[in-house]
Design a protein around this ligand. Structure first.
Ligand code: E4P
Length: 217
């Protein structure tokens, strides 16, 4: 499973990138707002060191305007994936831009039928939002599993980009049901390394080592 980082914070991406943990990056208008940065400038900076797909989201609501915004965003770098919402106009935009050879990430997906229609419109990535479904007492992980089954049944090559990941358990479940990619905030990715028994074991090792009076260096 590929790891994308869900942030527009360049420093946080660099820290994870140094460990080889960044296969791509996603953001959305709310994350751009949080960063306080200009979308073109921050996306250009991220593309200067991230080799994999970097999603940049359009903000227009009509297909003609989305297509124009998508083309402008795609000029930033060859690894831009234009992110469009799962609306009728977003699907039109997806078809036009994917026919031009651009990567398209169709976002705000909350149903298997939406994922099916996005794949037929040529989406490179479909972004089902797990956490936001869980927030309204629906099963986000069941949606990932259903999309996996449907795409495999018909040989769609659209990649399932599991989004709105809030916990390390979401990451494990996504890997188990076969998501192609997961995108998570930096703090969730860093939490993957943590386990209380690791901390407890290390503390005991350090206590016992101190008793030996030895040094390695
Ligand atoms: C990524 O592409 C999504 O926009 C993101 O994962 C949404 O996460 P949230 O529901 O926690 O805002």
């Amino acid at each position: 499973m590929k790891f994308f980082v869900d942030t527009a914070d360049g420093d946080a991406i660099r820290e994870l990138h140094a460990l080889g943990l960044v296969d791509g990056v996603t953001s959305h208008p709310s994350l751009i707002q949080t960063s306080g940065r200009d979308i073109l400038e921050v996306t250009r900076e991220i593309c200067s060191f991230v080799e994999g797909p970097v999603s940049a989201e359009v903000v227009a609501l009509t297909a003609d305007e989305m297509i124009a915004e998508g083309r402008k965003l795609a000029e930033i770098a060859p690894n831009i994936a234009v992110k469009v919402p799962l609306t009728w106009d977003g699907l039109k935009t997806c078809k036009v831009l994917s026919d031009e050879g651009k990567m398209v990430n169709v976002t705000l997906c909350f149903s298997a039928n939406q994922a099916l229609i996005a794949a037929k419109a040529g989406a490179t990535f479909i972004s089902p939002f797990i956490g936001r479904l869980d927030d309204i007492n629906m099963d986000g992980m069941e949606l990932i599993s259903d999309i996996r089954t449907i795409y495999d049944n018909y040989g769609f090559d659209t990649q399932i980009l599991a989004a709105s990941i809030r916990t390390v358990n979401h990451v494990t479940q996504c890997a188990l049901v076969g998501a192609d990619v997961m995108t998570a905030p930096p703090n969730v990715i860093k939490s993957l390394a943590s386990h209380p028994l690791t901390d407890k074991g290390l503390e005991q090792f350090m206590k016992d080592w101190a008793k030996t009076g030895q040094k390695i260096l």
